[in-house]
Design a protein around this ligand. Structure first.
Ligand code: MG
Ligand code: FE
Ligand code: FE
Length: 171
């Protein structure tokens, strides 16, 4: 634990930040696994485009988990040590892709990204002018989550439109 680095926090305690970061850390691991397994099991129309997107997002979520764990350690905390803790600390939960068709999979993933955006947006408010290093890191993660939502929604809309077009042509 580096003392001077922690001493620059203003009006917020390091352990308060650690608690919030550990919840986000749990979310990132669950999001990583959700994308990982969705990319394996997803099926149906335009699934290759979905697999490409889901695989990229899995890598991003794992990178976010790395960023969060590094910051937790800088603040003198301990990142969650057991995978069981992910489910007890998560904000956004975990949605197993029980229906592996491409549209329901994308719907679940979009819902997850929207939750992540809300959580990081709150964290931004909590750390603004209080913990500049965490604030800056969360801003970067938040920008990725906004991009993720947009990518998934655009893909969802394309597939939806394609299906509607096909239905129209066979009538
Ligand atoms: Mg993407
Ligand atoms: Fe993330
Ligand atoms: Fe994301």
């Amino acid at each position: 634990m580096a003392k001077r680095g922690i001493s620059i926090l203003k009006g917020i305690k390091a352990d308060e930040v650690v608690t919030l970061l550990n919840k986000a850390y749990a979310d990132e691991w669950l999001a990583y696994y959700q994308y990982f397994i969705e990319a394996k099991v997803v099926k149906g129309i335009m699934k290759d485009a979905a697999i490409t997107e889901l695989t990229q997002h899995a890598a991003d979520e794992l990178r976010h988990a790395t960023m969060l764990s590094d910051r937790i350690l800088q603040l003198g905390g301990t990142p969650l040590l057991h995978p069981q803790d992910w489910l007890t600390h998560t904000n956004c939960g975990y949605d197993a892709p029980i229906d592996a068709n491409v549209l329901p999979v994308l719907e679940q993933a979009i819902k997850g990204e929207q939750c992540a955006i809300s959580i990081y947006s709150k964290l931004i408010d909590t750390t603004r002018e209080k913990d500049i290093v965490t604030y800056d890191m969360i801003s970067q993660i938040l920008a990725d989550e906004v991009e993720h939502e947009e990518d998934l929604q655009a893909l969802y809309d394309d597939i939806h439109e394609f299906i509607a077009e096909v239905k129209k042509n066979i009538q």
